[in-house]
Design a protein around this ligand. Structure first.
Ligand code: ADP
Ligand code: MG
Length: 321
């Protein structure tokens, strides 16, 4: 099978929103009046972002999910994406499963695959996603205000737990591993929540490199600091109790584990009811984990309210520990 048969067989479908999809030199996308286009790109490299043990269907899902998570962080509604693939060889079975995982998630959000690039090379998947957001309503990192509550969506730490089990650093019961592995390989982007937070949240980011690191981006961009209650953060971890692991092992997974694809966001206290309503409307739970403060540092507090040393570091591709 050649390059063009491959594209035709696995990656071409009539677009729903786009004016022109796969098959020409450019795709064409019309943006509705009063909307802005939100654009983001994420690359997945074997050995770096995923293990060779991952199923192709989960890989197809995850490649799009991590991109949709960036749209979610901005409160944008997914519309279209580009897929650039480097493949060592053409394996129709692998491509069939990969595209199945990809299309299932794309269909869920009616997000059109409108083009991309296909080349031979070490396995590498790069997706660029585009979404719409009403003009000037995008959630940004820079809007956090002193006194804001800080929230996270869903579960933190479970994906990193699975990675540490894969690496042989931790061991947990099989059923716990299965749950954690699914969180790592098949994350759910918080698209509905992001959209529901428009006009409510002052600032937001998605958690890809670990809570503390991604929260730091909000703090830096907004010129503020934060106090975080570590027990609240730990309470979000789905596998915490059933893992049988002690708190000192679990805490770094939640605070700086990464690969969570949840949202961290801030909102004023008077919006607490509205935030609960937004999370219910989006069928996800949110946990209030702290407050924005004026002093520009990130302080961790234990259940007695005493500060705990912050020795947790987030993932950075180029930093050596
Ligand atoms: P060009 O050489 O003009 O850049 P290509 O020959 O690489 O275009 O691709 C042909 C068409 O197939 C283009 O419309 C391109 O966007 C699309 N395409 C290429 N690879 C993919 C892919 N992996 N998924 C979806 N569309 C693709
Ligand atoms: Mg061309």
């Amino acid at each position: 099978m050649g390059e063009f048969d491959l594209i035709e067989t696995f990656f071409k479908r009539p677009p729903r929103h786009a004016t022109l999809g796969v098959g020409d030199d450019c795709a064409l996308l019309a943006v509705k009046s009063g909307q802005q286009l939100a654009i983001s790109s994420d690359m997945l490299v074997e050995g770096r972002h995923f293990l060779s043990t991952v199923s192709p269907a989960h890989l197809g899902h995850k490649a799009l999910a991590v991109n949709l998570s960036d749209l979610a962080a901005c409160g944008a509604e997914p519309k279209a994406f580009l897929l650039s693939l480097a493949l060592p060889e053409v394996q129709p079975q692998w491509l069939a499963e990969f595209s199945k995982g990809l299309w299932a998630l794309a269909d869920l959000y009616q997000c059109d695959l409108i083009g991309g690039d296909t080349t031979r090379g070490p396995l590498n998947i790069c997706i660029t996603v585009m979404g719409e957001v009403p003009a000037y309503q995008a959630l940004l990192r820079r809007g956090a205000q002193v006194g804001d509550d800080i929230y996270v969506s869903g579960h933190l730490g479970d994906a990193r737990l699975a990675l540490e089990v894969f690496r042989g650093h931790l061991s947990v019961p099989q059923s716990v591993f299965d749950t954690a592995r699914l969180r790592m390989e098949k994350p759910t982007p918080q698209v509905a929540l992001g959209m529901a937070l428009r006009g409510l949240a002052h600032a937001a980011a998605d958690i890809s490199d670990g809570l503390l690191g991604d929260l730091q981006h909000i703090l830096k961009a907004s010129g503020v600091g934060a106090e975080i209650h570590i027990a609240q953060v730990l309470s979000t971890m789905a596998c915490a109790k059933s893992s049988g692991l002690p708190e000192e092992v679990l805490l770094p997974l939640c605070l700086s584990g990464g690969d969570d694809y949840e949202l961290v966001f801030t909102a004023p206290e008077h919006q607490r009811g509205a935030i609960v309503a937004a999370s219910e409307a989006a069928s996800t739970h949110v946990t209030r984990i702290g407050k924005i403060i004026a002093s520009p540092q990130l302080t961790l507090l234990d259940s007695q309210g005493s500060s705990v040393a912050n020795t947790f570091s987030s993932f950075d591709h180029f930093k050596t520990p």
